[in-house]
Design a protein around this ligand. Structure first.
Ligand SMILES: [Zn+2]
Length: 316
């Protein structure tokens, strides 16, 4: 691994800060571990299964994997460094919170106090539940279906504060792909986060291509996900969504991820499919440079940060 004590601009992995040029082929949105009361019996909680996913991904040429599972959803922070060492895959972990439905209400009330400080500490000092110095590299937040409720607005305000303190990118779950304009309005217009630091997830679940072009033109990254058995409607138009954005000149704004959220979705080819099926097809249609841009060059920019607010001694 190429973890170092701290290049000035770096991707923050669970094993340390990595030069963005060394990140490599990246699944920019996925999950090794995830638990929600909304998905009973579908928990991703098995380290051996996670290791298999990473080994298959690495065998197909994958070098980096970004887990968007936020706090309180079984993200298994403590298991990530060992998995990264065992497989040689860079792992980037998330702080942040999902929609309120994924939490016990009393737990949420406790979390609301000092939320921005909690996010900042997980980005600069260490993830709750992990050995010291194992830090998050992004902040995950979520919107609602065609809007934002009080909870999601509160979490996004805290995420923006943590972004300003650290420089970390903010990655957004969009419910069925909706409400991205509301998200950019809140994070960027109201809270001053630069659009290029916002990664909009799941947009191809709502394939409004004109809107996608507007969001890319605003400067945000669009993380398109699939294939996934859990969200298979996405698969039908993933290639066309990518093609429409590339043809409109937004190839530098696109990220790809498997977004495996359930145990049964693991039976789909997931992240490996991005490399073995989608990338060759993109190369045939748009030339050999495009897979490199979408899977390597763009993630290296999206997750690279000139990290701020790193307490002395926080780097191991
Ligand atoms: Zn996800």
């Amino acid at each position: 691994m190429n973890a170092t004590a701290g290049p000035s601009v770096a991707v923050r992995t669970v094993l340390g800060d990595v030069d963005p040029a060394e990140l490599g082929v990246c699944d920019a949105h996925d999950h090794l571990f995830l638990r929600s009361p909304r998905l009973p019996g579908e928990e991703l909680d098995d380290p051996a299964a996670a290791e298999q996913v990473l080994r298959a991904f690495a065998a197909a040429g994958g070098r980096a994997f970004v887990q968007w599972t936020p706090a309180g959803m079984g993200r298994a922070s403590g298991a990530l460094p060992g998995l990264s060492r065992a497989t040689g895959v860079h792992l980037v972990a998330a702080t942040g919170l999902h929609q309120a439905v994924h939490y016990d209400p009393a737990d949420l009330e406790r979390r609301y106090a000092g939320l921005a400080g909690f996010f900042t500490a997980e980005l600069t000092t260490g993830l709750h539940g992990a050995p010291g110095g194992v830090r998050a590299g992004l902040i995950k937040v979520a919107g609602d279906y065609h809007g934002l409720d009080a909870h999601t607005r509160r979490v996004m305000a805290a995420a923006a504060e943590a972004h300003h303190a650290t420089g970390a990118p903010i990655a957004v779950h969009h419910e069925l792909g909706t409400a991205a304009p509301d998200v950019l309005d809140l994070l960027c217009e109201r809270h001053g986060v630069p659009p290029r630091r916002v990664i909009l997830g799941h947009l191809n679940r709502h394939p409004d291509l004109r809107l996608h072009r507007e969001l890319a033109a605003a400067g945000a990254f669009l993380a398109l996900d699939g294939p996934s058995r859990a969200h298979h409607a996405t698969d039908h138009h993933l290639f066309d969504t990518v093609a429409a954005l590339v043809e409109a000149g937004h190839a530098d704004r696109l990220l790809l991820g498997g977004d495996t959220t359930t145990r049964s979705a693991r039976h789909a080819p997931g992240p490996t499919h991005l490399l073995t099926a989608l990338a060759p097809r993109l190369a045939r249609e748009f030339g050999p440079e495009l897979p490199h841009r979408l899977l390597t060059a763009n993630p290296a920019r999206a997750f690279a940060v000139a990290w701020r607010a790193v307490p002395a001694g926080a780097d191991s």
